[in-house]
Design a protein around this ligand. Structure first.
Ligand code: PBG
Length: 323
């Protein structure tokens, strides 16, 4: 038979022809820090995931580094929230950045830049009385937050609010303060998704009124994602991110094919919750973790933010020793 593809599926041959690989170095682990805590607490909506104090976050970053994971992405929960999110300018995230860089220098620190965890109303920016985001004061705040993270020693800032012009505002802000080596990972194609629900309970950032559809993307649109990504690249994004991941593999694929720049995918809290609960009730086995992460890489992502990072890293290591 001229063509019999099963010849390539034999043990020892299959690994030679394997097209995609998933390795520990591809994974980024989210890390939540909460200014209100004395002790870490488990996040009920994200079983197995904790909100940390600065001290336990440093310990956690150490464990993450020991597993061979290259990076963490930080999210903060402040003590105080107000109309314009001023507590984003100094507090637990800046503290955590400097402590992790000091005690676990090998781990790359990414910090999410958004106001929704810091505003009393939960919107991603400064809003008027109708709940509409006001671009210029919001961009000014995002620029200042990014600079404060850079001063604390962050490696990459990750603006996640989908505010028009945010990458330009942050790039010029960083450069004017001498932080031209700090990279920007922009949440360039972020959809207005129901899959963020567990995260919003995790950081207590649900909107008090209205929703995020004025700035996050309509799940029906893919051409628009290409336009969004193109704009962010032209404004200076070093890495572009697509979010969520599994329901948007086509978008990841198109972004990679179109631009060929580094692409990150955020496999969000709802994707984690879905698999976690199906594994807990016995309807799925743990092998779906690897399969779903691999599918995100196959679509074209270079790196994946995932709540399975530690578990996947431990599994990948075991596999290497078994071989
Ligand atoms: C906004 C932000 C969100 C997530 C990461 N950054 C939530 C949102 O837009 O409501 C979601 C992450 C997840 O669901 O895992 N700062």
């Amino acid at each position: 038979m001229a063509h019999r593809l099963s010849r390539l599926r034999k043990k020892g041959v299959a690994t030679l022809v394997r097209e995609t690989s998933l390795c520990v170095e591809d994974l980024i682990c989210p890390l939540f820090v909460d200014e209100n805590l004395q002790e870490p607490i488990e996040i009920p909506s994200l079983p197995g995931f904790f909100r940390h104090t600065v001290k336990t976050a440093v310990r956690e970053a150490g464990e993450i580094a020991d597993l061979g994971l290259p990076a963490v992405i930080l999210f903060g929960v402040p003590q105080r929230k107000d109309e314009s999110g001023t507590s984003a300018l100094s507090g637990i995230v800046q503290d955590t950045i400097s402590n992790v860089k000091r005690f676990v220098p090998g781990v790359t620190v990414i910090a999410d830049v958004c106001l929704c965890e810091y505003t009393a109303h939960g919107h991603c920016g400064i809003v008027n009385e109708r709940g509409e985001i006001l671009d210029s004061p919001t961009l000014e705040m995002l620029r200042r937050v990014a600079v404060s993270y850079a001063k604390a020693g962050v490696d990459i800032v990750a603006p996640s609010g989908m505010i028009d012009g945010m990458v330009h505002a942050i790039r010029t802000g960083l450069d004017s303060e001498g932080f031209d080596r700090v990279a920007i990972m922009s949440y360039a194609a972020k959809y207005c998704s129901g899959f963020y629900a567990p995260f919003r309970t995790a950081v207590d950032s649900a909107c008090a009124f209205g929703d995020r559809s004025q700035h996050q993307m309509d799940p029906a649109n893919a051409n628009e994602a290409i336009r969004e990504v193109g704009l962010d690249i032209s404004e200076g994004a070093d890495i572009v991110l697509v979010k969520p991941a599994l329901p948007y593999l086509d978008v990841i694929f198109r972004v990679k094919q179109t631009f060929g720049v580094p692409v990150a995918a955020y496999s969000v809290s709802g994707e984690y919750a879905m698999l976690r609960s199906a594994m807990a009730n016995g309807s799925l086995e743990r092998d779906v973790i690897h399969e779903s992460l691999l599918s995100i890489k196959r679509a074209g992502a270079d790196m994946i933010i995932t709540y399975f990072a530690k578990e996947a890293a431990a599994n990948l290591r075991q596999e290497v020793t078994r071989r």
